[in-house]
Design a protein around this ligand. Structure first.
Ligand code: NCD
Length: 344
């Protein structure tokens, strides 16, 4: 893998390779000493032009756990026009010897420009661009679903079960609910989860479902209770992205109370789900709007686990991009030393 710009860049074997590598990485994170020497000498730059808590910290943690040097560059607030500032910044990073740039940017397509402009020669990982893509979020979501559910929607036995190594998500039914229009998480998940064999249904008010959705590999509904009654295996709530609604959210739905009534997940709605169903949210949550506090904190919710899984998945992506197929020394096939330094 040279770059990771979009979930659409991943074919099924590559996506499964990332998920399986993440299983190995997750196993190391249960050890007392979590740090691996795998990316010693490599430099990863976190280039964040947009607010982020968990994604930036997650990439930073992942890179540090693999012994890479990490530079955090919070570029938000720059007054230079986007193209220029990206080019100038990129050339500065190149001069500092960055091996990989993890970029979050409000403009859809910015990571693509960075990877293909010729400005830099580093690997580029998209950490969220505008309303376009967020591929590592989709990978961590797929990882979380696979870890909890076998194809057919049966909960895996024991803590973590067999973790589904080698498997896709064939036949699992996933409902993605809320502000689809502004959601790069939804776009990336529709592509990745459907490619892995899941049946995805998008649910939201007509104003928050994008035009052209009928060409996406999923079903669409405006009726949350109707979809929940079909017993989805995983329910993924999306944040209402007010910052992308041009001034407070006016116009997309009549009132917050009405949105919650029609599209909010609460304990009453969770009680109607099959027992094995899991509840997901990428964070940050608007508690009381798209998800109630009791739903967010319920035993079905795997929201905190999604955050932990994000570190393992990003370790896998950084490993595969920076060491996976280029260096014989660090290749999983070289001697007994795999990505986790353990025999594979
Ligand atoms: C998502 C994002 O930034 O796209 N959050 C995240 O990465 N954890 C979703 C969101 O902001 O609602």
């Amino acid at each position: 893998m040279r770059h990771l710009l979009s979930a659409a860049d991943l074919d099924r074997p590559t996506a499964i390779q990332v998920l399986d590598t993440a299983v190995q990485m997750a196993a190391t994170q249960a050890r007392e000493i979590k740090k691996l020497p795998t990316l010693r000498g490599k430099t990863v730059v976190n280039l964040f032009f947009e607010d982020s808590t968990r994604t930036r910290i997650s990439f930073e943690t992942a890179a540090k756990r693999l012994s890479a040097d990490v530079i955090n560059f919070a570029a938000k607030g720059s007054s230079v026009s986007k193209g220029e500032s990206l080019k100038d910044t990129a050339q500065t990073l190149q001069a500092m010897g960055a091996d990989a740039v993890v970029i979050r940017h409000p403009a859809s397509g910015a990571p693509h420009s960075l990877a293909h402009s010729g400005w830099v020669d580093t690997a580029v990982i998209n950490a969220g661009d505008g309303t376009h893509q967020h591929p590592t979020q989709a990978l961590l979501d797929a990882f979380t679903i696979r870890r909890h559910l076998s194809p057919g929607g049966v909960r895996r036995v024991g803590p973590g079960g067999d973790q589904g190594v080698g498997a896709g998500l064939d036949g699992l039914r996933v409902a993605i609910i809320g502000d689809i229009l502004h959601s790069r998480v939804a776009r990336s998940n529709v592509q990745l989860l459907s490619m892995l064999g899941a049946e995805v249904t998008l649910v939201g008010p007509p104003t928050l479902v994008p035009i052209g959705v009928e060409t996406w590999p999923c079903q669409t509904s405006y009726d949350l209770d109707g979809v929940l009654a079909t017993g989805p295996d995983a329910v993924m709530m999306l944040r209402v992205q007010r910052e992308r609604m041009g001034g407070g959210g006016g116009g997309f739905f009549p009132s917050a109370a009405e949105y919650t009534h029609s599209y909010g997940l609460d304990a009453r709605r969770i009680a109607r789900l099959p027992e094995h169903s899991i509840v997901m949210h990428p964070g940050p949550m608007n508690r009381g709007l798209e998800i109630s506090a009791d739903a967010a904190d319920s035993a079905r919710a795997v929201i905190v686990e999604q955050v932990a899984n994000g570190v393992a998945v990003r370790m896998a992506v950084l490993y595969l991009v920076l060491a996976g197929d280029s260096s014989a020394e660090t290749s999983p096939d070289a001697g007994s030393s795999g990505p986790t330094g353990a025999a594979l």
